[in-house]
Design a protein around this ligand. Structure first.
Ligand code: CAA
Ligand code: NAP
Length: 246
């Protein structure tokens, strides 16, 4: 039977590429969309035209009960989750001087609390079945910090702390937990950066002098999801065109 992969935020730029890659490899792919998303039906129809039979569930990943209800529904209707990709995320960029509690909480909730909310109802089942893959999509800006992103850098750095601690706890149970830290990838999240800032401050910092492609990150997710990656856990894998080397 096909393994079930749950990708949060699969209708976004990076998530869509991950869904497509995992589906092409034979996973039964399930994704989530925000309760306010009015384009989910259109996205599913567009994907169907391309030959992908995705299932999608409404879920606010920042909300504990919503995440638990979503996982319960997926497990009942599709099957137990073998691969969890914690991909949903947002930015609310502003200098710390302008940062208010609302924009701090929104980013911590969607990027970091979400990892707890989604992993909590999934992890015990993986351990019981002796196989699982948890992949947390962090960011280069969690590794190095970024101007205007005290909230986002904190959340993304926190994700990897979570990865390392949980990886220790489930290492002997066939479950791996890893972080991927992409650099700047050409999705709508990056296109929201003022063009002048992108051209003058960001692209010049990337030795490859270009944005990454969602498919390049999806290939890494596919590897971490595979049986071949069984010995790889607790890692933070950078994929950033050379922007930050650690
Ligand atoms: N480095 C150094 N200085 C910077 C800077 C940077 N990256 N960006 C802005 N500044 C400076 C400006 O030059 C200006 O300086 P002066 O006052 O001396 O002229 C000052 O900051 C402007 O400060 P303001 O508080 O007025 O801020 P603003 O309203 O102009 O907006 C900002 C600041 C929100 C940070 C805006 O510059 C911005 O959106 N920057 C992009 C932030 C960014 O990289 N976000 C990444 C989003 S993509 C992502 O997050 C995906 C991922 O994981 C990689
Ligand atoms: P994107 O195109 O803006 O997609 C973000 C996705 O997150 C959307 O599908 C969105 O769903 C979902 N989402 C947001 N808030 C949510 C919530 N409360 N509940 C459920 N889903 C929610 O961004 P992206 O570039 O693909 O980013 C995907 C991930 O990669 C994020 O975690 C981001 O931080 C990380 N990342 C991106 C880059 C980059 O350069 N693009 C670099 C490093 C890391 P709806 O549309 O349904 O709201």
């Amino acid at each position: 039977m096909a393994r079930v992969a749950l990708v949060t935020g699969g209708m976004g730029g990076l998530g869509e590429a991950v869904c497509i890659k995992l589906a092409a490899l034979g996973y039964q792919v399930v994704t989530t969309y925000s309760p306010g998303n009015t384009k989910s039906e259109a996205w599913l129809a567009e994907m169907e035209k391309l030959g992908y039979n995705f299932r999608a569930y409404s879920c606010d990943v920042a909300d504990y009960d919503s995440a638990a209800a979503c996982v319960a529904k997926v497990s009942a209707e599709i099957g137990p989750i073998d691969v969890l990709v914690n991909n949903a995320g947002i930015t609310r960029d502003m200098t710390f001087k302008k940062m208010d509690k609302l924009n701090w909480d929104a980013v911590i909730g969607t990027n970091l609390d979400s990892v707890f909310n989604m992993t909590k109802p999934v992890c015990d089942g993986m351990v019981d079945r002796g196989w699982g893959r948890i992949i947390n999509i962090s960011s280069v800006n969690g590794q190095k910090g970024a101007f205007g992103q005290t909230n986002y850098s904190a959340a993304k750095a926190g994700m990897h702390g979570f990865t390392k601690a949980l990886a220790l706890e489930v290492a002997r149970k066939g479950v791996t937990v890893n972080t991927i830290s992409p650099g700047y990838i050409g999705t709508k999240m990056v296109m929201a950066i003022p063009q002048e800032v992108l051209d003058s401050k960001i692209i010049p910092q990337i030795p490859m002098a270009r944005l990454g492609k969602p498919e390049e990150v999806a290939g890494l997710v596919a590897y971490l999801s595979s049986d071949e990656a069984a010995f790889l856990t607790g890692a933070n894998i950078a994929i950033n065109g050379g922007q930050h080397m650690s």
